[in-house]
Design a protein around this ligand. Sequence first.
Ligand code: 3H9
Length: 692
Amino acid sequence: MTNPVAIQNYDGIAVLLVDNPPVNALAKSVRQGLRDGMREILDDPAYVAAVIACAGRTFVSGADIHEFDLPMEGVGIDEINTLFENRSKPVIAAIHGVALGGGLEIAMGCHFRIATKDAKLGQPEVKLGLIPGGGGTQRLPRAIGPARAVELIVSGEPILAVEGLKLGLIDEIFEGDPIAAGVAFARRVLSESRAFRSLRDDDSKLASTRADRNLLTEAVNNAVKRDSGMDAPRACVEAIGWSLNVPFDEAIRRERELFLALKDGEQSKALRHVFFAERNSSKVASITSHVRPRAVNTVAVIGAGTMGGGIAQSFANAGIPVRLVEVTEEALDKGLATIRKGYDSTVARGGLSAEEAARRAGLISGAVGLERVEDADLIVEAVFETMQIKEDVFSRLSSIAKPGAILATNTSYLDVNVIAAATYRAQDVVGLHFFSPANIMRLCEIVRGKETAPDVLATAIAVARRIAKVPVVVGVCHGFVGNRMLSVSIAQARKLLLEGALPQQIDAVANKFGMMGPFAMGDLAGLDIGWRSRKDSGERLPIEDALCEAGRFGQKSGAGFYRYNQGSRTPIPDPEVEALIVETSRGLNIGRRDIEDAEIHERLTYPMINEGARILEEGIVERASDIDLVWLYGYGWPRQTGGPMFWADQTGLAIVANRLAYMAAIDRDTTLRPAPRLARLAFGGGTFGSLK
Ligand code: 3H9
């Protein structure tokens, strides 16, 4: 194997160049190369200084996350930094792209750090359920002060080098080639006989907080004010605290211990799974390397209702001009007014500056008449969810839209192939299923019709990423991935009500797991929508129907499964609803019993996993982790459990399958029997994650 770290000699200045594409992660071989290279530089009197720089698009992006599933072995970051922190030869990190995690940690082992203006610096370990484990919790407080270090490390968000310069993390900004800049900086250090000092020996920025620990309280309270159910944020705070009262080497030892414990814990495993799931979701078999996405510069959204307005905002928020198209002036004005109101309230809450809100709102124009979409590169339809209306819109779009324009439908349930068949250009048709509120929710299910062209799919993925959504490609089936799985969980929730549970008990079980409960969610979404469509289809749901007949539509009417005080969104259990549920059970001759929380949890989740297994078997998604993303970004599944399919793997598929078989027998419900894919994995010792 070739060494990913090379020494280049620039007249006595050694450049230690890391070349480990794509992002120069600190793999075992890189760490070894850095240690051996630095030893050689220190031992060789021909070298008077060292520059650490990287080839390719970025400086070191952090530890190699793939290696975290293996036992940690090889050279540690601390060993490298001990060499960098020598007292005989100055060491300079020349940063371009990003210096993240272990990348920033080795840069902080250097005596000086220079960076390009747009370089990003950060400790994102918390997002992987970790604390920085290569000295970041000790050197960053010394570089920028403990309060700011808490903010950076607990949020995991990077800062730009220009801010790093102000904070003292960066010594100088450079333009152009990192090697040339690093070598020039090293020469200046030498010619000016600049003193060079390691952060480990510089406690000056700790002094005031050491004298008054209260200086840290506000930063800590702000950083961990929301209980996310994650362990890492508090662990980060604890480790940063050691910088104030524990000797440096001992603090490094403790940091490593805590890092390793978190790394081997369930939460970090789950969050690492999510990291790779997000990157894998764009890898679609039909999009081969020669497929090029189409250009999208102008977008039109048809329908200025809640969904259409939210979708339009998503584009505007990403700086893409969008035209909102309606059938009447009145509907358009109403839609545009709602959007403006939304931006105003974001400004009032402090979420956006007034100028930025105005800039975004200014990117949304309105027009009346379908023909006004004629010049758009991408057209997103968000009209009523009935096939007839959608078919009508698409058949007209077929001739109005310019050649090559992409025709997307935001349907939540309908068959994209039927919609595509209403056009004479089915290859241009794709589903873009946004989730409500569309300007906030990150999920976008990209529905691949049987004739959707690969470049249309590639464009849909690229556009979704551009507007900060998480794209997941799914095939055509009723409700696609998310709503299809949700419906089996809700069906169980309804049965549980009739068998003896109450909405507040069921919702509390979901809340404890980290999710919104099905009944609070129903009240939020509005119970009347389903009720009206059931009236057309003749389907009956005794409890929801009775609630709606009593005018209880959910939060919007002040009552649904719960009641709500004026202006409040807090659900309050309602004895009237309890009486209605008990009465309905009696009317249906269902004996009520005490139901344990554990049973509720299993019944809400295991049938969903089963449906996920069917979805995989049918090839609706390419991999189980795509299902996880749908649930994480569309339905608030708790991130620290990695998504339903990963969680099922961790729970044990045999446990899930056995329990489903039991439920199927008790309920005499064959749909609950373990799906063939689940059964094969469960009893063959496999996992969803092992499927490729
Ligand atoms: C750490 O450092 C712990 C230390 O404190 C202590 C250690 C003892 N490792 O995102 P992209 C892959 S924890 C392995 O699409 P972009 C990624 O999977 C680490 N692989 O590109 C993808 O592969 P593929 C702290 C990595 O330009 C490819 O690179 N650091 C890593 O949009 C391109 O990635 C982080 O958490 C990695 N560290 O964004 C940084 N990073 O092509 C995590 C990326 O096969 N990384 N890959 O799908 C990032 O934030 C972004 O990837 C980055 C590039 C900004 C670097």
